[in-house]
Design a protein around this ligand. Structure first.
Ligand code: MD6
Ligand code: FE
Length: 201
């Protein structure tokens, strides 16, 4: 494992072996069976190119009313619990003494991207956000806490962990593009990123 600092954001390259990535992929598939992926609509009414679902007490949601956390899947069912395998990642990387409330799962197919954003829908920014990437490589852009701050870009590969915390907690970041078909972890290509967050104060 190699540790890289990008504008204060910590990147742990190759944190997970291929068998570990495969097991995580299967745990995420089970979540998506219980809580199907959907395409949130931005506050401007445009469907996002990334499909999403969540596990935990809350799931992240967006529609014309804005971005927020909701305590049920849009279909009305409970969000499934966050699996132990994923809680362990939080324990290993967050340095936090409480468990996360949300595991957001983002699925990117060919051409999907995520615009530059801050993760700021949580109540307390003293908790970090921890992410894991699986599948195709993605070009990750990280700036500062102002949208106009200069940015740096790095490729995230399958098995990489990112921790956005401390002074970098409100850093702008996004995914410019994925290298579709660069990994064989997900049949048919594509990328999954999970982000773990504490939502409540
Ligand atoms: C992605 N990641 O990798 C998008 N947010 O697809 C994020 O938006 C993100 O990687 C907060 C913390 C870590 C992240
Ligand atoms: Fe984010």
């Amino acid at each position: 494992m190699q540790r890289v600092n990008v504008n204060g954001v910590e990147l742990f390259k190759s944190a997970f072996s291929l068998p570990e990535q495969t097991a995580l992929r299967d745990d995420l598939r089970a979540i998506a069976r219980a809580a199907p992926m959907f395409s949130p609509v931005t506050r401007w009414g445009k469907p996002m190119s990334v499909r999403m679902t969540s596990a935990g007490k809350y799931g992240w949601y967006s529609d014309r009313r804005g971005y927020r956390y909701i305590d049920r899947h849009p279909s009305g069912g409970d969000w499934p619990p966050i699996p132990e395998s994923i809680l362990k990642i939080w324990s290993d990387y967050s340095e936090a003494d409480r468990m996360p409330d949300c595991c957001l799962i983002n699925h990117y197919t060919e051409g999907a991207k995520m615009g530059l954003h801050q993760d700021c829908d949580e109540a307390d920014f003293s908790w970090p956000v921890v992410s894991v990437s699986l599948g195709d490589e993605a070009l990750f852009r990280v700036g500062g806490s102002e949208r106009s701050d200069p940015t740096q870009s790095v490729w995230l590969a399958s098995g990489d962990v990112v921790v956005i915390g401390g002074a970098a907690r409100l850093a702008f970041h996004g995914i410019d593009r994925i290298k579709f078909g660069s990994s064989r972890l997900l049949e048919g290509g594509g990328r999954i990123n999970i982000t773990l967050r504490v939502v409540d104060a």
